[in-house]
Design a protein around this ligand. Structure first.
Ligand code: AMP
Ligand code: MN
Ligand code: MN
Ligand code: MN
Length: 278
């Protein structure tokens, strides 16, 4: 069975529309796909509709990837099997969206001071009317020749040491986990090895996540060494957490293709072990 529980569409900063993403998943013979856009569930109805209309052989899991702040680090919490109409979830996502808009305007103001004009409007065009993220600013900076690629856009302007960095204002891990649970879902700590934390700090993060009621950690993810996979499997078991896997697919340049993560080691319990698959 092929399972991918972390992916993005044009509803956030992925390059494929929900329809294109779902079709790619079917082509890649995926059995279970979660769409987990940043702080939004707006891509899901279109994906559900196309699966229904075209009777596609795919189980779609309603998901979201919520940005949170923990000890000054931006930590992502994925929610799986959520009710996308749940009032608490809708309210949290609305406040996250408002914070994102404020941040995008602040980034644009910083870029203007560097004589990079009109960045917010331009980034909005890359976002095609949906929420603007730093990934859209990066695409604008590349398209206009300010940098040679997205990586450099983050290094020079948008990342933590960039000229136009604006820290995220987002909710806490406990807000995210509680809201995911209120919406009937399970909470997963996304890509634990991508936060540049020492092992000691990473264990502290996982312990705090567990204390907040977190259910699982991503063990198999994009851009990962075998060592990291084994390390995360061990941590999942040590903290009695379930294991998830996901490509974090946004595009084919910077991420793994859908469904192409390494299978989970037999030592962990997959988060989908007790899901009903009809
Ligand atoms: P935001 O959610 O607005 O903070 O934007 C973060 C998004 O930008 C992430 O979800 C990634 O898709 C992308 N991103 C972050 N850092 C990098 C990087 N160094 N290179 C390429 N993309 C990045
Ligand atoms: Mn992203
Ligand atoms: Mn993430
Ligand atoms: Mn992601």
């Amino acid at each position: 069975m092929i399972v991918d529980l972390h992916s993005h569409t044009t509803a956030s900063d992925g390059i494929l529309t929900p329809t294109e993403l779902v079709k790619r998943a079917v082509n890649n013979q995926i059995d279970i796909l979660a769409i987990t856009d940043h702080d939004t569930v707006k891509g899901l109805p279109e994906a559900q509709q196309v699966i229904k209309d075209e009777k596609l052989p795919l189980k779609l899991v309603c998901g979201v990837e919520i940005s949170t702040i923990w000890k000054n680090n931006e930590i992502h919490i994925v929610g799986l099997n959520i009710d996308i109409e749940n009032a608490e979830l809708v309210a949290l996502l609305l406040s996250q969206e408002q914070r994102r808009i404020k941040r995008a305007i602040a980034i644009s103001e910083k870029l203007a001071k560097l004589h990079i004009e009109d960045a917010y409007t331009q980034a909005q065009q890359f976002a095609k009317g949906d929420i603007v993220s730093r990934a859209h600013f990066a695409r604008f900076l590349v398209a206009n020749g300010w940098v040679k690629d997205v990586k450099q856009a983050f290094k020079k302007y948008l990342g933590k040491s960039g000229y136009a960095y604006v820290p995220t204002q987002c909710c806490s891990i406990s807000d995210a986990v509680n809201t995911i649970h209120a919406a009937g879902g399970q909470a997963v700590l996304a890509h634990p090895t991508r936060y540049d934390l020492t092992l000691t700090k990473l264990k502290l993060l996982i312990a705090d996540f567990k204390d907040c009621g977190g259910d699982a950690i991503e063990v198999s993810q994009s851009r990962q060494t075998q060592d990291d996979l084994q390390k995360l499997a061990k941590l999942a078991n040590q903290f009695e957490l379930l294991a998830s896997q996901g490509s974090d697919f946004h595009d084919l340049v910077n991420y793994l293709d859908l469904g192409k993560t390494t299978p989970l080691p037999g030592s962990v319990t997959p988060i989908w072990h007790n899901w009903s698959l009809d």
